[in-house]
Design a protein around this ligand. Structure first.
Ligand code: GDP
Length: 462
């Protein structure tokens, strides 16, 4: 990677914009220390010439006219053992929008340039501190919206995915060396490429890539959430349950049957797993047109759902209308029966059903915890939603595309081998394209343009 990219010194506000106890301006690059010397004064107003590595100093920050901006704590971290691999300085001031901006402005006036979005992480990558998968993981961590997506992102940062990719890379490279030897020394009488061995290696790589690609579907749960549909006739308390789970009054609750006409979707996290709750219109013989549309959409949604919560108004008992809906959902293994209005005298009990059943009161919140647990137990029984923390999970579309590309090339290569085409030059083409695709994932072989695409989705200061 060309180093001229990092000639200048960059700076940015690294804490969220807004009021906070402290705000941090981060500087990275060759001029970081000299800028620190220009902006920092000791409490008695003197300049300071020496800053110990990784030690906090208390003093004041001044602007280019020597005017005091704020009291600060500063730290200088010497390259290369820093996040970016360059000299890094952090200036901690009081956290107000105005103060932090003023410090940044002073830093810029002393010779730094405002960092582009993601530029600190980009420099960490350029200096070999992290690979691309890890750089992307930093973005994932910042954007993680649930406990689980955070865990997966942290795993990526720790390098679990990178190590797997590198293992595949190493073995393909080894194969390439063998094939190249055959190209370079064709007259040698040694059987350099043993076709069986090559086939075995290619098959191994294909299996590994397929396993990784399969995890993209698990990753889908992280991106899109587990889908839970709430069904039941009008007025059983679907919106109320949705609200109880959301703990916010977002769906409109009314006493006129059939008011939740359309499908309402909300996203929440249950026990750290992102969940999309789908409140469906009551399934019943609809009289009017609007409701009919709502009902057909409800049935559609039911097919997509990972979990179906079938709600019954327990105070009313099990009516014919409930019976009709039950006939639709009872064969679905993902259905959980929920008897609502448990705060009132009940006319129906769980014994009536052979499926999992929970009594709740959406109004008082009674039984909601038990319901959440039942949902989790059911999800864990579905093999496709088992999410093992230690697993390397593909969550990025970019990784998926590149792995699919590599897979295609390797499958083509295997096919050629099986048809008996064993000319090394010929084999090299597909192998190279597989290696290129995999290499692009960690960025060990990548073009600068691609960097810009990835890092431009970052925010400034990261
Ligand atoms: P939906 O049509 O299925 O969405 O039902 P709603 O959530 O709009 O609820 C219909 C009515 O039942 C409202 O008056 C709610 O206050 C009431 N309701 C919902 N859940 C409960 C409950 O657990 N206990 C009692 N007593 N009333 C409830």
């Amino acid at each position: 990677m060309k180093d001229y990219l990092c000639e200048d010194t960059i700076a940015a506000i690294s804490t969220p914009i807004g009021k906070g106890a402290i705000g941090i301006v981060r500087i990275s690059g060759k001029e970081a220390l000299s800028i620190l010397k220009k902006i920092f004064r000791t409490k008695s107003g003197k300049k300071k010439e020496a800053f110990e590595d990784r030690k906090m100093h208390y003093g004041i920050a001044v602007d280019d006219k020597g005017e005091t901006i704020d009291e600060v704590l500063v730290v200088y971290m010497e390259a290369p053992k820093t996040f970016t691999g360059e000299d890094v300085v952090e200036i901690h001031s009081h956290g107000g929008i105005y103060v932090v901006r003023k410090i940044l402005r002073a830093v810029l006036s002393f010779g730094a340039r405002l960092a582009d979005p993601g530029e600190f992480t980009k420099r960490a990558f350029i200096h070999g501190k992290i690979d691309l998968v890890q750089a992307e993981a930093i973005n994932e961590i910042i954007n993680a919206s649930s406990e689980l997506s955070l865990k997966v992102a942290v795993n990526h940062l720790k390098g679990a995915l990178s190590r797997k990719i590198e293992e595949i890379m190493d073995r393909l490279f080894h194969l390439k060396a063998l094939i190249e030897a055959a190209v370079d020394f064709p007259e040698e009488d040694i059987e350099i490429i043993e076709s069986a061995k090559v086939k075995e290696e290619i098959k191994w790589a294909i299996d590994e890539i397929k396993t990784l690609l399969k995890t993209y579907d698990d990753g889908k749960i992280l991106r899109e959430g587990i889908k839970i549909a709430i069904v039941g006739k009008p007025n059983v308390g679907k919106s109320s349950l949705l609200n109880a789970l959301l703990k916010e009054e977002r769906a409109i609750v009314t006493e006129i049957p059939g008011t939740t006409r359309d499908v309402i979707e909300e996203s929440i996290t249950l026990k750290g797993i992102p969940v999309r709750l789908i409140d469906t219109a009551g399934i019943r013989e609809a009289e009017d047109k609007v409701e009919k549309i709502g009902i057909s959409r409800s049935l559609e949604k039911l097919k997509e759902a990972d979990i179906v919560l079938f709600l019954i108004d327990g105070a009313q008992g099990f009516t014919e209308e409930d019976e009709n809906i039950y006939s639709i959902v009872k064969d679905n293994p993902n259905t959980i029966i929920v008897i609502n209005k448990g705060d009132l005298p009940l006319k129906v009990s769980c014994e009536r059903f052979e499926k999992e059943c929970v009594v709740i009161s959406a109004k008082t919140g009674k039984g909601i915890d038990r319901l959440t647990e039942t949902i989790m137990e059911k999800l864990l029984l579905q093999p496709e939603t088992i999410l093992k923390e230690s697993d390397t999970i593909i969550t990025s579309e970019r990784h998926k595309e590149l792995l699919s590309k590599a897979l295609k090339s390797l499958e083509k290569l295997l096919e050629s081998l099986e048809k008996g085409f064993e000319s090394p030059e010929f084999l090299s083409i597909d192998l190279d394209s597989a290696i290129d695709a995999i290499g692009e994932i960690t960025g060990k072989r990548t073009v600068e343009d691609m960097l810009d695409i990835i890092f431009s989705t970052f925010c400034i200061g990261k």
